[in-house]
Design a protein around this ligand. Structure first.
Ligand code: FAD
Length: 393
């Protein structure tokens, strides 16, 4: 996501030389891994021990442990295993003054605040993560998936809310609608389609069978039509494809940008809301896009019912007009989420893209973050310019 882009003149660290899995404690289900290790490589090392990593983002084959911790990433199975931050037990980091910090890799702890948390979503501002102890998980005895289509977004969303009200939390929950066919003038050639829900459960055979049975019944009670199993497996097996082509482009150093010289612009919104406010947020966001003449390519829920996303595209006579129109659309959607008690981002971090919204997101909390930053990194040597931490405006 451009995380490696320098906002100011600085030194870029290449962490690929720190990519070892130092230790796997199969009894405790903890892996001690270096920050430059790619998630998939950690998973491959765990599999012979009957274990797996719980973080499975689109970028599973590219993202590093350090990057996922520093953005508090979220993956396809987050409904069961949690965000990357929830899987961190302990951290080893180099602080801005060169000292080495190691936190104790057990949870829970009631011995003062847990300093590891400073690095979760910290985007490299407070120290460089060099290694982490991660909670890892048994490879599930059973894993079942199903898919449903609905006539309206409301029907599928109500089915999700009803499942959660009963305490059913699928490991995989991916619900999306493609409201309108998008003309070729925009970036995305995908077709419109009905609201589609993919569900998956991981665990013991009896548990997974029981949960899936109830989930299927509830989706059918909400007028969901069961999809063909092959289509569900196609969705699952292609979940990393977009990120793999992103990586292939990166490898050839092809410029990747959300806006192009022909005046087309793409962007997204990933907000975290109280589930009771999602429906209203969706309505407001669709209206905002419409007012700005921006097409909504996809709108949906990912991982849990409060996590709402939009992918959008627009076309304008010039690149700067397209960027301007898209930025004001995104900001208005984020403000709608704030207004409804939500947070402006749930997995990609802030970087420079959302830095201008940090004051609205955190209020006095931004001053607290800036005070910590100044205390730990007075010369602002770490990732200067990100997260709005070293400016007072
Ligand atoms: C197509 C696509 C799909 C994506 N899908 C997902 C998804 O499903 N879920 C998700 O959560 N994210 C997703 N992302 C975002 C991105 O993959 C994640 O944020 C990822 O975890 C970043 O890892 P990275 O190793 O590339 O980190 P980078 O992009 O290199 O860095 C991310 C941030 O972390 C900091 N950082 C990196 N390493 C360290 C370290 N060792 N110590 C301190 N700070 C550090 C960097 O300075 C930067 O601020 C997606 C991105 C793309 C392009």
């Amino acid at each position: 996501m451009g995380g490696a882009r320098s906002a100011r003149l600085g030194v870029m660290l290449d962490m690929t030389g720190m990519a070892r899995v130092r230790e796997i404690d199969a009894v405790s289900r903890v892996a001690r891994v270096e920050a430059g290790a790619v998630l998939k490589d950690v998973d491959d090392a765990l599999r012979p021990h009957g274990l797996m990593i719980g973080h499975d983002p689109w970028t599973f084959g590219i993202a590093t442990v350090g990057g996922a911790i520093s953005t508090n990433g979220l993956g396809f199975l987050g409904g069961k295993y949690g965000s990357m931050g929830e899987q961190v037990l302990g951290i080893e980091a180099v602080m801005p003054d060169g000292s080495i910090l190691e936190t104790r890799a057990v949870q829970p702890k009631s011995a003062g605040i847990d300093v590891s948390r400073l690095f979760i979503g910290g985007e490299g501002e407070f120290g460089i993560v060099t290694a982490a102890e991660l909670r890892v998980f048994p490879i599930p005895e059973s894993r079942l998936r199903a898919g449903f289509t609905f006539s309206t977004f409301e029907q599928g969303f109500d089915a999700i809310l009803a499942m959660y009200a009963l305490g059913i939390r699928p490991a995989l929950l991916d619900y999306g609608e493609r409201p309108a066919a998008v003309e070729a003038a925009t970036h995305d050639a995908r077709e419109s389609g009905p609201p589609t829900l993919y569900l998956g459960f991981d665990g013991l055979r009896e548990e997974v069978a029981g949960l899936m049975r109830r989930a299927v019944t509830m989706c059918e009670q909400h007028q969901g039509a069961r999809m063909d199993g092959a289509d569900v497996e196609e969705f699952w097996s292609s979940r990393h494809t977009i990120a793999e082509s992103f990586a292939a482009n990166r490898a050839t150093r092809r410029a990747i940008s959300r806006a192009d010289a022909e005046g087309r612009c793409f962007d997204y919104v990933h907000v975290s809301l109280p589930p009771s406010r999602v429906f209203e947020c969706r309505g407001r966001a669709l209206a905002i896009a419409d007012e700005h003449d921006v097409r909504v390519l996809e709108a949906g829920i990912w991982v849990s019912p409060g996590l709402f996303s939009l992918a959008m595209a627009c076309a304008a006579p010039t690149q700067s007009e397209a960027v301007e129109r898209m930025s004001s659309t995104v900001d208005a959607c984020l403000r709608a989420a704030h207004d409804l008690g939500g947070s402006m981002e749930y997995c990609h971090g802030v970087g420079v893209r959302l830095a201008h919204m940090m004051g609205e997101e955190h209020g006095a909390g931004l001053d607290v973050m800036r005070a910590i930053k100044r205390a730990l990194d007075p010369a602002a040597v770490l990732n200067s310019g990100k997260l709005a931490l070293d400016s007072d405006d």
